[in-house]
Design a protein around this ligand. Sequence first.
Ligand code: ADP
Ligand code: ADP
Length: 234
Amino acid sequence: GTEVVCEGVVHVYPDPSGDDVVALRGVDLRVAPGERVALLGPSGAGKSTLLALLGGLVRASAGSLRLDGAEVRTMDERALLRLRATGVGTVLQGPSRNLLPYATAEQNVALVQRAVPRSRRRGLLAPRDLLDALGLADLARRRLGALSGGELQRVAVAVALANGPGLLLADEPTSQLGTAHRTAVLDLVDRVCERFGTTVVVVTHDPGVAARWDRTLTIRDGRVGSEGRLGRDR
Ligand code: ADP
Ligand code: ADP
């Protein structure tokens, strides 16, 4: 898995009228390879912003974010593309930029896997296997535009895990799911983590999800605060 180190991460969303929003005010964070961390905190605290910075989707204003020692904040576009294609899996809030609405679930998964270097590709879980594990077997050949919100959310999880990522970044990945599907998602994440040693950072308000991970971090007002140990060590 990927080692994640954040030091003094600041992020400001500029506003043309001068009301800049300081979303992160100096985040220090260290996640060990293979560690699974639940990120909690009130709405507007900066959770989504931190995930976007870690995934290389938004450039931090200041500070340092390193993935296995590589500085994400100053990476060029080509390196960011490679990171997103082969190193990181992301499940973000809202309509996913990772998904092709006119392709089927199976095609979306397969497409992600095609970007993985050949030498690593044979170790990946097959698209059908990923989709079956999430209860999507019967929907594998339907285009995403015809799926419900909960179904799409599960497809997004399958796509995020398809490249056997070193780092999984997920923003409320089970928010639209009932108990059975939520358990299926968590079980699949466990399986992928065991196979690839994946490091996990998940934003969640679901105590059941948080209890399964190694550690819980809380963000408040742009800073990482109390650091509790829950989950497996409890
Ligand atoms: P959380 O995920 O914890 O709810 P966010 O990271 O979404 O928090 O937001 C942190 C702060 O940054 C909030 O004040 C929010 O309004 C602001 N913010 C988030 N995204 C943007 C954006 N694209 N442009 C301007 N402000 C934003
Ligand atoms: P989920 O709990 O997976 O989100 P929903 O309760 O949203 O499922 O939907 C229940 C069923 O209705 C789904 O299995 C889905 O196939 C079907 N459905 C929901 N929205 C649509 C839609 N826009 N087009 C076709 N089928 C839909």
